[in-house]
Design a protein around this ligand. Structure first.
Ligand SMILES: [Zn+2]
Length: 405
């Protein structure tokens, strides 16, 4: 296998790569294959790049779906549902305590690190479970073979750097690189998440985000030269999972549906993601009333059958919802079950025509002389065969998608 170093920079946009923001990546582009990537539906794109699957092929899209969580959570939901009526600050402490309880009470890494109740009303947490019970690098992560699993089948060695195994800070990851023998690994995958956190908080064009980009770029350069010093022939892939979009306006679905003569839990259930509102109906009356509200509320629209086909989200069950409403580019549902009532400055999870939501891909090979910029935006599932191809694994056995080359 050919040593392949892969950095996933959460929320890096193609247009962020400039000589002032990211001097190193910008100059490396002239010896690389560069592409603009269209992320899959919603905001959980891991299976697309690590296994080449579309959302409907592996139940991907959102973090929660309609499925009863473990019994201890259902009990908490019933006992503490009165907290939904208390001021937010009280609720926050309760959620911190819950998070700690999950963390210390679980044995599986995914349960331990990703189990959360986000900002779901406590009375509703008994209905919704987290979808992923495995971490990306664990076996049986999804309905397909991941890059990690295929490397193991080929008796190769991989190393995952980033949360939850290590810190996801680029400085800490650089320090890890300094301590390891890079040649011992065929594939090193590092996940950097600070740009996403700062992008949500300060917005995609903020000075705070530019500062982080510069920092990431500088440390990527340090890692690059460290690899170059130790290995003659290597691939260096940089990509992101989605972009970051400036939040323009708010769509308040919670308020609108509460004006209806319907009872949540009895007539319907709802999950409010940041850019999606997902509904389950228990009566025809609830369905028609809510549909009517959604058709008349400005700022988004119900996902049509045609869009379900385009986005490959014709799931075989209704755990993601009977009806899905998607906000227009740059809008956000508020309150929602993640940000609560707090308006973020940046968000992702928009339709394909939202260019700031697109992500970035760049592949450098020390033994190749290429300078290629793909003319069209490429679906994220093509990153999977690209990584395999770089490693020297025959991708045709695992996907019909072509590598980016
Ligand atoms: Zn994010």
């Amino acid at each position: 296998m050919k040593t392949t170093i892969c950095f996933m920079i959460d929320s890096l946009r193609p247009k962020d790569i400039t000589s002032s923001n990211t001097p190193f990546l910008s100059s490396l582009q002239s010896n690389s294959i560069v592409a603009e990537i269209i992320p899959p539906f919603a905001f959980e794109p891991d299976v697309a790049y690590i296994a080449g699957l579309y959302p409907e092929q592996s139940d991907e899209g959102t973090m929660f779906w309609l499925s009863p969580p473990p019994i201890k959570i259902r009990k908490i939901s019933n006992i503490f549902s009165f907290l939904d009526k208390t001021p937010d600050h009280f609720n926050i402490f309760f959620r911190y305590a819950l998070r700690a309880y999950f963390r210390f009470g679980s044995s599986s890494p995914a349960e331990k690190y990703f189990r959360t109740t986000a900002n779901i009303p406590i009375s509703l947490i008994k209905y919704f479970d987290i979808i992923h019970k495995k971490l990306m690098y664990e076996n049986n992560f999804c309905n397909g073979k991941t890059v990690f699993e295929l490397i193991e089948e080929e008796k190769g060695n991989w190393l995952y750097l980033g949360y939850p195994l290590t810190s996801s800070s680029v400085i800490d990851i650089y320090n890890r690189f300094k301590r390891i023998k890079i040649a011992e690994f065929d594939f090193i995958f590092a996940m950097i998440n600070k740009l996403d956190i700062i992008g949500h908080k300060y917005g995609p064009d903020s000075v705070e985000r530019k500062y982080i980009m510069k920092e990431i770029d500088a440390y990527l350069q340090k890692v690059f030269y460290l690899v170059k010093k130790q290995i003659d022939n290597f691939n260096f892939i940089i990509f992101s999972d989605h972009g970051m979009v400036s939040v323009k306006s708010i769509v308040n679905i919670w308020e609108e549906i509460h004006k209806l003569p319907l009872k949540i839990e009895k007539d319907y259930l709802v999950f409010l993601d940041s850019t999606l509102a997902r509904f389950w109906f228990f009566s025809e009356k609830a369905k028609s009333m809510i549909k009517n509200v959604l058709e008349n509320i400005n700022g988004g629209r119900i996902i049509s059958e045609k869009e379900m086909k385009i986005y490959r989200i014709r799931y075989k069950h209704n755990k993601f919802g009977d009806l899905l409403y998607w906000v227009d580019n740059g809008n956000i549902i508020l309150p929602n079950f993640f940000q609560g009532n707090k308006i973020p400055m940046g968000m992702h999870g928009y339709r394909n025509d939202c260019l700031d939501n697109h992500s970035f891909y760049m592949s450098f090979s020390s033994f190749k002389n290429v300078n290629k910029k793909m003319s069209q935006a490429i679906p994220m599932v093509r990153i999977f065969p690209s990584i395999l191809n770089n490693l020297g694994i025959d991708y045709t056995k695992y996907t019909q998608e072509r590598p980016i080359d």
